[in-house]
Ligand binder design. Structure first.
Ligand SMILES: *[C@@H]1O[C@H](CO)[C@@H](O)[C@H](O)[C@H]1NC(C)=O
Ligand SMILES: *[C@@H]1O[C@H](CO)[C@@H](O)[C@H](O)[C@H]1NC(C)=O
Ligand SMILES: *[C@@H]1O[C@H](CO)[C@@H](O)[C@H](O)[C@H]1NC(C)=O
Ligand SMILES: *[C@@H]1O[C@H](CO)[C@@H](O)[C@H](O)[C@H]1NC(C)=O
Length: 494
């Protein structure tokens, strides 16, 4: 028995030793592992085609030779973010698809630095120190009979949060295939002519982000070349109205206008126009608008296919016309509404939601109208009766965040509670007057008048009879007597 166990143990140990040897042999043979021992993979983590050098405290960019040593590792994703390089130098031929150079303090990039990255789809140069002198030659690619030395595969370029005031008009001449461009967080203030020329050369662009660029307007002719533009982010700028140039983006699906100083939307106003007709737009964001007060009739009517409406955190927004989304049909007799599926109107200054704002509240798959100073009276009875069950169906107990803040006696009650106790709310008129209180006042006045009349008559009667003479008042008889007495004295003017 012991013998058998011993043999078994020896067998197991021997197997372990041999398999260890097998591994060592494989390591030497496997060329990937050779690459692992080159400079870059000693400093960074190389695994599964990914080179992760982020936050390694690197201060010089790897040389072309060092990159070349990675050839057999076949890196497709290289993350160099959060180091401090200053200068980016030319890289070797590698099958990199995603190159992250974000947050590296980059000031300059050698010409044609990425020429041999023929598979690069995504280049992230955000949060660096690139300036308006950024040259088109940086993005130079290889010769091609069709395009001008293109970086063939480039689709996504992020230049966000640099120091670009303006762009070289030829900046994207080697990047004509770009579909996504992010220029957010650059202090542009205006889209000048150079910039306009450079961006509008990107005829295949689908996504353009211009968040936080201090823009006061979107210039004419800026959007008309983007036949394919689907997503546009203009949030956190200084736009005072909905840019009319948007009319040119016929294929826009998503528009973000958050955090702009738009005061009101009114189709009839030149200064504050509503939206132009954007037939394909599905998602609109207008949140955190500091001074937005009013959305007038038809202001959103051009958005016939709107599905997601984000109108939250607009503290001054107190009025939305019941017909804000309604579009008169061709005959002009009926109205059509977009089939909104998601409605977000949280934390505004709305005292009510009008039931006519949407045609089908029951079609909503998401709704948040919490944290508004709702007036709970007969005008919002429909919210209690109809909307509360819809809100709770979409998200259980969500209607508990719809709280009454007016009138006084309803303050603090949730609409859910009012719904549960099946309360019929009274009517309070527009100026906050309460008819029942007015009734009481009227009654009081009436009683006052009814009492005052006999008292006054009594007083007059007593006065006439001279009852007040003893305290210096004279009755009318005495007054007239005095008058007639004095008259002759004043009569001798003849
Ligand atoms: C080398 O090892 C890697 C994993 O470390 C493996 O994916 C690859 O297929 C191996 N290559 C060869 C030639 O054995
Ligand atoms: C690049 O890295 C940063 C982190 O430093 C990250 O936020 C960003 O999403 C990355 N970019 C890409 C394209 O993966
Ligand atoms: C970066 O390049 C500039 C010129 O292009 C040069 O003056 C500077 O010394 C370089 N900085 C580093 C850290 O290599
Ligand atoms: C809703 O609230 C009630 C009472 O507060 C609670 O009993 C119930 O579990 C809640 N439902 C959900 C889904 O949170």
């Amino acid at each position: 028995m012991a013998k058998v166990i011993l043999i078994f143990i020896i067998a197991v140990v021997a197997h372990g030793v041999f398999s260890l040897e097998d591994d060592t042999v494989a390591e030497v043979v496997n060329s990937t592992d050779v690459a692992m021992q080159s400079g870059i993979c000693l400093k960074c983590i190389c695994k599964d085609g990914k080179v992760d050098c982020s936050s390694q405290g690197l201060t010089t960019y790897f040389s072309k030779e060092e990159w070349a040593a990675l050839k057999d590792f076949k890196p497709t994703v290289v993350d160099m973010s959060d180091n401090s390089f200053e200068n980016i130098t030319v890289m070797a031929e590698l099958p990199i698809e995603i190159l992250n150079l974000s947050r590296c303090g980059i000031e300059s990039i050698e010409f044609a630095a990425f020429r041999d990255l023929q598979d690069m789809r995504v280049l992230d140069l955000s949060h660096n120190k690139l300036t308006s002198s950024l040259s088109p030659h940086v993005f130079e690619g290889r010769y091609s009979p069709q395009l001008y030395e293109p970086l063939m595969s480039m689709e996504v370029l992020n230049l966000g949060y640099n120091d670009l005031h303006s762009l070289n008009s030829d900046l994207f001449e080697h990047l004509s295939q770009l579909t996504v461009l992010d220029l957010s967080g650059n202090p542009m203030t205006t889209i000048d002519y150079r910039t306009l020329i450079s961006i509008s050369s990107l005829s295949l662009l689908k996504v353009l982000r211009l968040r936080s660029c201090q823009l006061t307007e979107v210039p004419e002719k800026f959007l008309h070349t983007f036949r394919n533009l689907e997503r546009l982010d203009l949030s956190d700028n200084l736009l005072a109205g909905v840019p009319e140039e948007l009319e040119e983006s016929k294929n826009l699906l998503y528009l973000n206008l958050n955090q702009n100083p738009i005061r009101e939307l009114d189709v009839n106003s030149e200064e504050y126009p509503g939206f132009p007709r954007l037939r394909k737009l599905k998602e609109l964001h207008m949140c955190n608008m500091p001074i937005l007060k009013k959305i007038g009739q038809g202001a959103l009517a051009g958005l016939e296919n709107l599905e997601k409406l984000h109108l939250s955190f607009n503290p001054q927004l107190t009025y939305i016309s019941p017909k804000a989304l309604a579009r008169p049909d061709d005959i002009g007799e009926n109205y059509d509404w977009p089939m909104v599926k998601e409605l977000y109107m949280k934390s505004n200054g709305l005292s009510e939601l009008d039931s006519r704002l949407l045609s089908r509240w029951d079609m909503l798959t998401a709704i948040d109208v919490s944290d508004n100073p709702f007036m709970c009276d007969c005008s919002t009875q429909w919210m209690v009766d109809t909307l509360v069950p819809i809100v709770d169906k979409v998200k259980p107990n969500a209607s508990k965040a719809m709280v009454c803040s007016e009138p006084e006696e309803m303050r603090g009650f949730t609409m859910r509670h009012v719904h549960d106790i099946k309360r019929t709310m009274r009517c309070v008129d527009k100026y906050g007057h309460r008819p029942e209180r007015d009734g009481a006042m009227l009654m009081g006045t009436l009683i006052g008048v009814l009492l005052a009349v006999p008292i006054m008559m009594g007083v007059i009667l007593l006065w006439k009879r001279g009852y007040f003479a003893f305290i210096g008042f004279r009755g009318p008889t005495e007054v007239s007597r005095a008058f007639y007495k004095r008259a002759p004295d004043n009569d001798n003017f003849m």
